[in-house]
Design a protein around this ligand. Sequence first.
Ligand code: LRH
Ligand code: MN
Length: 391
Amino acid sequence: MSDLAPETATRVSVALRAQRIETASWAYANSGTRFKVFAQEGVPRDPYEKIADAAVVHRFTGVAPSVALHIPWDKVDDYADLARHARELGVVLGTINANVFQDDDYKLGSVTNPDPAVRRKAIAHLIECVDIMDATGSRDLKLWFSDGTNYPGQDDVRTRQGRLADALAETYARLGDQQRMLLEYKLFEPAFYLTDVPDWGTAYLHCVALGDRAQVVIDTGHHAPGTNIEFIVAMLVRAGKLGGFDFNSRFYADDDLMVGSADPFQLFRIMHEIVLADELDKGIAFMLDQCHNLEPKIQAVIRSVLNVQEATAKALLVDHAALKAAQDAGDVLEANAVLMDAYNTDVRPLLRDLRADLGLDPDPIAAYKRSGYLEKVKAERVGGTQAGWGA
Ligand code: LRH
Ligand code: MN
């Protein structure tokens, strides 16, 4: 039982009930590093099985009703049928992720490639992804470009930006009225000298040039060490250009570990900026973008959803009036104390109560383990080819 003041517990629970976290189809598939991909028993062999696993996460958490797809990893003959399959399992198909980073033709870039024929091919894929959105009913097209160079002089910076801008404009023009383009930035990798969309400023400039339905995605693993990500959150929210998050965590680079596992305080600070700006349920997409190279995948995704819930609950406990009063009074220590008080509050009893109210088991991980689902799919999913990144 939570020992929070009843009115506070109610206010926080109401907000948490509306929280929606989108999981990633590729998190259920095999993944690894350039050194090794460790296959796991029971891993899905196709998008239908990936969605079944995503539905299990929603069944036990109650707040993960959509699953992002990645094309061509989730290519099927009939996307409307895949959407039907998802609905029958209690979830919906979410963000469509384009993939112009795994084809031999894209060695020197996709939409920024010096060869116009290669650029055409890449743009055709981006537009094909919008066709898929029409079939799945998805709102968001997410674009991450691995485009970049490895040596100074390899290509011209402004020329490549022009090519990128042209490709984005042509794709943006194809979007339906209710559809958005989410542009994701990343400091480096696979390019090691220059990445064409390396930071939030570059993504923001392109999105402003495109229009209202072009927004920036913050992948929490895509910054230089020491970057104050919540500052970027506040700036993009202030500019009305924050479209979503790819949540994960890292100790060093783009490690794609469980969100909140490496730096739960950072996740809290990020959600504090979202709650402070009253942007928790205003259209920002809260997505997980992770790879569970060693750990059991479905359980790791459940743990990740709980980590986001806990960080959000703590952020909802910040006494905004006391915080502002201390800030306005220049009371540095009091202002910090107000924030730390919320962060240091154990919100797990409140979340257990919330789940019980939602008719869910208060402990989703224990309930998932008791369900025997993993043992079931290990027994069923024998033969065929396990899904992966196909790299
Ligand atoms: C790139 C990225 C991008 C996805 C991929 C799976 O590092 O974060 O969001 O397309 O991971
Ligand atoms: Mn990402």
